[in-house]
Write a protein that binds this ligand. Structure first.
Ligand SMILES: [Ca+2]
Ligand SMILES: [Ca+2]
Length: 120
């Protein structure tokens, strides 16, 4: 599949939302758009009036840099994924996982305090 990265922007007439950028085009007429301006495009779509365009075939293949929420610029591949909030910010398919709690020394009753080791 051949894709071409272009930096063509178009403004939806009469819409005050952020401009939509065409990030990729495909020879069958499909395009991938970045609608939230975060630099990552959503799935393939076929513009209206393009004959022979089949986005479903293209979207059946894995898309490595797919924006999982192209309406939210804080969610995209490579974003910081805050653990435990139930939101997959980095588009890896799951919410972030908190690192394990750091081990701490536990003082057991009846044991003498630690003494530093020496080379005597
Ligand atoms: Ca995007
Ligand atoms: Ca998260």
């Amino acid at each position: 599949m051949r894709t071409t990265r272009i930096a063509l922007a178009f403004v939806i007439a009469g819409c005050a939302a952020a401009p939509t950028f065409v990030r990729y085009t495909n020879p069958n007429g499909a395009v991938r758009l970045d609608q939230d301006g975060d630099g990552f495009a959503g799935a393939w779509v076929c513009p209206s009036g393009v004959s022979g365009c089949d986005a479903a075939v293209l979207n059946a293949q894995p898309i490595a840099d797919l924006d999982c929420d192209d309406g939210n610029a804080s969610r995209h591949p490579g974003a910081v994924d805050a653990p435990g909030d139930g939101i997959d910010q980095n588009c890896d398919g799951a919410d972030g996982i908190a690192p394990p709690a750091e081990a701490t020394d536990v003082k057991l009753p009846g044991l003498p305090p630690k003494t530093p080791l020496t080379n005597d």
